[in-house]
Design a binder for this molecule. Structure first.
Ligand SMILES: *[C@@H]1O[C@H](CO)[C@@H](O)[C@H](O)[C@H]1NC(C)=O
Ligand SMILES: *[C@@H]1O[C@H](CO)[C@@H](O)[C@H](O)[C@H]1NC(C)=O
Ligand SMILES: *[C@@H]1O[C@H](CO)[C@@H](O)[C@H](O)[C@H]1NC(C)=O
Ligand SMILES: *[C@@H]1O[C@H](CO)[C@@H](O)[C@H](O)[C@H]1NC(C)=O
Ligand SMILES: CC(=O)N[C@H]1CO[C@H](CO)[C@@H](O)[C@@H]1O
Length: 679
């Protein structure tokens, strides 16, 4: 098979060239020294440069002159994180699947892509300066896996009874998942692979169409059990049953995120008989590419700086008789358990606390002011006997946010909330529990809205409303008093920058894309799932968001001081001989640690990435001080006219520039994020 081999070689060439450009040549002994430091001082409190053995320090400076400033800058902008996606083909696939998928996927993955932020703060740049490089490892699974899965599926299908409400038999997802899960464990035990596994199942045709149910109970009246054909696990794997379904879910009529029905449906690749093998595999690879973007390189919802201690304040604002209503749907403990399960969202050394406050709506003038000022109404026409005008009310979340931000102090004293200064990041979660009979949602559609500095949710006595979404031909209902899932979703966005499973920043469209393909089953986001548990997607995204934000700040700060050096006529001009040596050594160490952080991110070793990023802050700060001191000295020497090195006109010009930029340098490494605007 000449094509397979050449494609494989091409892929290999592609991946090796990208990895060699991202990692600098190894410095003998430095690796083991830093590894040892990471064990002794995991929080990177000490500056490694100060304890570095002299021989290692020497090897940090090269006999060749440091590259020019522009090439140092471009080396900072070319970090790329290689990421592995292991694709397992289970069941019947065309024999040329491997080569065709490889070629489709390598086309999709070029040119390199950046990590993105859906709502950056300031400046509004959606791209981070860090890129990612997918590496696809495609293999056929052992026939034994296929036969075990087929047996399990057939026995489930023979057991299930069809329902008049749905043409699809409903099969518990666990019948497949327990088997896939054990295969995943054994693959990992033997090989200890990094990355994510995707199992593509195409088992033998079954007697009846089927799809998977994710709820424990059988679809009860009122709840719409949305059947799907995928499952994202708590461990790092996902499976897609291509032969199940077809399923469809999305907005009922039109709008963003509607899954096309029929043969254009992304999960219906295997249902159309007219398709050629090639177009079928093209569909499968676009599905894989979509999974890569959502699972491995999801957009950050917002940038999230690293903080040691996190606090979520639940502030329950209740009107008088809302107290009589059942507390179902707002179980704080359930939310806490979801967010702190397995410590899944936190990096080492981070702590997460929760505090509860209760405020009586009737005794809180600012609360009623906020609600009454934020109420809006909209009218819609419905056709009953004739056209009838219906007036509905909703709360304007941006108005509420503004009032709560501006009156935070008043609110705190009315709620008798202490000031929590001991925490790095505090996220207030306001829940308005109103004694009101109609339904009142935020911005017409939402039970809860995430801002970058708070979460706002609302519920009334109204228990249920039909939503604009359908799943497999049925309307989805919103249980309006049930706030646990909406709150978990909002807190994930505000505290950890985790994007909803259906949102993705697209640089090509210059906007956020909505796609509900991955929004069934185990996800706390979106209307199609009832799950309150998190999959690996959210747990990894939470840590990755923090690390990518940290690294992007380091890169930005480093570029800033490089620009400042360039303004002073370059490193050789600005820095004296001995300063220059330290600069060069610090720079090499800084760059080396960023390379190590990228490599750790690539292996999904988030703790190690955190260590290297924190450790590199010492070098970054040292270089800043060095450049600042040097420019200050240079400036002083110019001001005192002691030893004017330049002609007069140039001196007066540079002195003016120097003053401004030297003072701007001071606060760079610890930039504070503007916290006042709405997300
Ligand atoms: C940091 O350095 C100081 C002084 O060298 C040392 O006493 C201390 O143990 C170090 N801390 C860690 C966590 O290694
Ligand atoms: C429309 O129908 C409603 C109730 O079905 C009725 O009360 C109303 O008078 C009708 N309006 C018109 C303009 O016919
Ligand atoms: C993207 O959209 C924003 C606002 O919608 C606009 O200001 C900006 O210029 C656009 N950028 C590009 C590259 O088109
Ligand atoms: C990331 O870094 C780039 C380049 O340094 C910068 O333009 C961008 O604003 C940064 N983004 C964030 C979210 O910090
Ligand atoms: C190259 C550079 O960053 N120059 C800056 C020096 O400081 C002034 C004032 O802060 C900026 O306007 C320049 O862009």
């Amino acid at each position: 098979m000449p094509t397979t081999t050449s494609l494989f070689l091409l892929l290999l060439l592609f991946t090796t060239t990208t990895t060699t450009t991202t990692s600098s040549s190894p410095i003998l002994g430095l690796d083991s020294y830093l590894a040892q430091q990471s064990r002794q001082d995991p929080q990177a409190t000490n500056d490694t440069f100060l304890t570095l053995p002299t021989s290692l320090k020497k090897s940090l400076s090269s006999p060749f002159p440091l590259p020019s400033i522009p090439s140092l800058t471009s080396s900072l902008l070319s970090f790329s994180v290689p990421l592995s996606l292991h694709i397992r083909l289970v069941g019947t696939f065309p024999s040329n699947s491997h080569s065709l998928l490889s070629s489709f996927l390598s086309t999709a993955s070029q040119p390199l892509h950046h990590f993105h932020v859906i709502s950056p703060f300031n400046p509004p740049f959606h791209s981070l300066s860090i890129q990612h490089t997918p590496h696809f490892d495609i293999a056929f699974s052992a026939p034994s896996l296929t036969s075990t899965l087929s047996e399990s599926l057939s026995s489930q299908i023979s057991k299930s009874t069809s329902s008049p409400r749905s043409p699809l038999l409903s099969i518990p997802f666990s019948s497949i998942d327990t088997i896939v899960s054990s295969d995943f464990r054994s693959e990992n035990e033997h090989e200890n692979r990094d990355g994510i596994f995707i199992y593509l199942l195409n088992l033998s045709p079954q007697s009846k169409p089927y799809a998977y149910t994710y709820s424990d109970s059988h679809s009860s009246a009122g709840f719409t059990d949305c059947l799907g054909t995928i499952h994202a696990s708590k461990n790092r794997y996902l499976w897609i049953d291509l032969a199940a379904g077809p399923v469809d879910y999305g907005l009922a009529l039109s709008g963003d995120g509607v899954l096309p029905r029929g043969e254009f449906h992304p999960l219906a690749a295997f249902h159309s008989r007219r398709k050629s093998e090639k177009s079928l595999l093209a569909d499968v690879s676009s599905l894989i590419w979509s999974a890569y973007q959502v699972l491995l390189v999801p957009s950050l919802r917002i940038p999230v700086p690293f903080e040691n201690s996190l606090l979520v304040q639940f502030i329950h604002v209740r009107s008088g008789s809302a107290r009589d209503l059942s507390s179902d749907g707002l179980d704080w403990k359930k939310i806490e358990r979801t967010l702190s399960e397995d410590g899944g969202l936190l990096l080492r050394d981070q702590t997460l606390r929760f505090k509860n406050y209760e405020v009586s709506f009737d005794k809180c003038p600012i609360c009623s002011f906020a609600v009454s000022r934020s109420i809006n109404s909209y009218t819609s026409r419905f056709l009953f006997d004739n056209y009838t005008l219906i007036v509905n009310e909703y709360l304007d979340s941006k108005r509420l946010h503004q009032i709560l931000s501006e009156s935070g102090q008043v609110f705190r004293s009315e709620a008798e909330m202490p000031v929590d200064n001991d925490f790095g990041r505090v996220l207030p979660v306001y829940v308005f529990d109103l004694d009101y009979n109609n339904h009142l949602l935020l911005d017409r559609y939402h039970q809860s809205v995430a801002f970058k500095d708070m979460v706002i949710a609302v519920r009334t006595r109204n228990t249920q409303t039909v939503s604009d979404y359908t799943c497999n031909g049925h309307h989805m209902f919103t249980q309006t008093r049930s706030l646990e899932r909406p709150l978990v979703g909002s807190i994930l966005q505000s505290m950890w920058g985790v994007s909803p499973t259906h949102l993705l920043w697209s640089p090509r469209h210059n906007s956020t894309l909505v796609d509900y393909t991955w929004s069934v089953g185990q996800t706390p986001f979106g209307p199609f799932s009832e799950s309150l548990s998190l999959s690996f997607v959210q747990k990894d995204a939470a840590k990755r968001s923090v690390l990518l934000t940290m690294m992007n700040y380091s890169i930005t700060s480093a570029i800033d001081f490089l620009e400042s050096i360039a303004e002073h006529g370059g490193d050789r001009k600005l820095l004296k001989q001995n300063q220059h040596l330290v600069f060069e050594q610090r720079w090499t160490l800084f760059k080396y640690k960023l390379d190590k952080a990228v490599s750790a991110l690539s292996h999904l070793d988030f703790e190690m990435a955190l260590y290297y990023l924190k450790s590199s802050d010492h070098d970054l700060y040292a270089i800043h001080s060095l450049v600042y001191t040097a420019s200050d000295e240079l400036e002083a020497s110019l001001v005192c006219f002691k030893d004017p090195p330049f002609p007069w006109t140039l001196v007066s010009f540079s002195a003016g520039v120097l003053k401004v930029n030297a003072s701007a340098l001071l606060d760079l490494p610890f930039r504070v994020i503007d916290d006042s605007t709405v997300m």
